[in-house]
Design a protein around this ligand. Structure first.
Ligand SMILES: *Cc1c(COP(=O)(O)O)cnc(C)c1O
Length: 341
């Protein structure tokens, strides 16, 4: 398929093969020079560390086409930093941060035809990842690794307006206390898939996972962080050692505090205080912020005053500001936008 055949509005969120990807290998204790390739296959030993013990971490970010035709990424330095933390947490050699940024620039530039036009709502999703390639059998970290950056165009997250989601409080946990919940590792997703499929089958959009130690505090969903707005327009976001630190959520907090002048706090949020909030949203790169209208905790149902028709007022303001920055319509804090071409 070529770019011309794509219907930007309806491509959804799926893998489309694009022309180039970046590959670098770690061997004999060093990261070798990397480069672009058109080969979309990976050939691995049957006992590669990633296959046996899931030694793999990843990142996700987007390239946006701005109103004046530039192609930019949003805070990729934070992705570089987070991938370093994730790699160290899984005993993998981190890919140097400056090379991480250059690799992304190269992939986006080489696939610039695949960056959707301004105004289409579609974007180029970028997936950097790092995985263990050498064979292991005994339990230990692998000796060789591959870092790869692929990209694929993705459609607008909200087609025909944002529809508030319904979540259910899950009986499963997505991460263990003092485990890997704060790392962006594929293994966290593998173990949340059953919970995700079960929630879908029961008619819910997503799971609300509780803190795994006491099951009384709100953590996050399978792939997005919570942001709540109180009736006094204060922004509250859950604090916990097993939440993945979302770059979107951190950016929202900054914008709320420094641009909208709102009070913000990051603190443990009890499941029992949900009904006190006026608005609820899920933060992540894919949707920026998805409004949540309803949360079902077994027999108990929480309906946020913002309702099931549209985003809450504050949520909408944050969404407009952040997407405005990404599309070059709103000035952003220094260093947030990296222009690629
Ligand atoms: C990637 C991810 C997020 C969202 O992070 P962003 O940096 O905003 O995209 C939230 N939760 C989990 C578990 C994630 O893996």
């Amino acid at each position: 398929m070529t770019r011309q055949d794509l219907d930007w509005e309806n491509i959804g969120f799926a893998y489309h093969k694009t022309n180039f990807r970046y590959v670098a290998n770690f061997k004999h204790g060093i990261w070798e020079d990397g480069g672009l390739t058109s080969d979309e296959t990976v050939v691995l030993n049957e006992s590669a560390g990633v296959l046996q013990y899931c030694q793999s971490v990843f990142e996700g970010l987007k390239a946006y086409r701005t109103r004046d035709g530039k192609i930019v990424t949003f805070r990729p330095d934070l992705n570089a930093e987070r991938m370093e933390t994730s790699a160290i947490g899984l005993e993998m050699p981190p890919f140097p941060r400056n090379r991480f940024l250059e690799a992304i620039d190269q992939v986006v530039k080489a696939n610039s035809d695949w960056v959707p036009p301004f105004g289409s709502g579609a974007t180029l999703y970028i997936r950097p990842y790092l995985f263990a390639t050498s064979p292991v059998m005994g339990i230990k970290p692998a000796e060789t690794y591959q870092f790869r950056v692929i990209c694929t165009p993705v459609g607008p997250y909200f087609k025909g307006g944002a529809r508030p989601l319904t979540l259910c409080v899950s009986d499963y946990d997505r991460a263990a206390p003092h485990g890997t919940g704060h790392l962006k590792a594929g293994l966290n997703y593998a173990m949340s898939l059953h919970a995700y499929v079960s929630a879908h089958a029961a008619g819910y959009d997503e799971n609300l996972f509780l803190d795994p130690a006491t099951r009384t505090y709100v953590e996050e969903t399978g792939g997005a962080n919570f942001l709540f707005v109180t009736k006094e327009q204060e922004i509250v976001t859950p604090q916990s050692g097993s939440i993945l630190p979302s770059i979107t959520r951190r950016s929202m907090l900054h914008v709320a505090e420094h641009i909208l002048g709102l009070k913000v706090s990051e603190r443990p949020v009890k499941l029992t205080e949900l009904e006190d909030f006026a608005e609820c949203g899920l933060c992540g790169t894919a949707a920026v912020i998805s409004p949540v209208g309803r949360i079902v905790d077994h027999g108990r149902e929480i309906r946020f005053p913002s309702g099931m028709e549209r985003m809450g007022l504050v949520t909408q303001k944050l969404y407009d500001l952040l997407t405005g920055m990404q599309l070059g319509l709103v000035e952003s804090p220094a260093g947030w936008i990296r222009q690629i071409c």
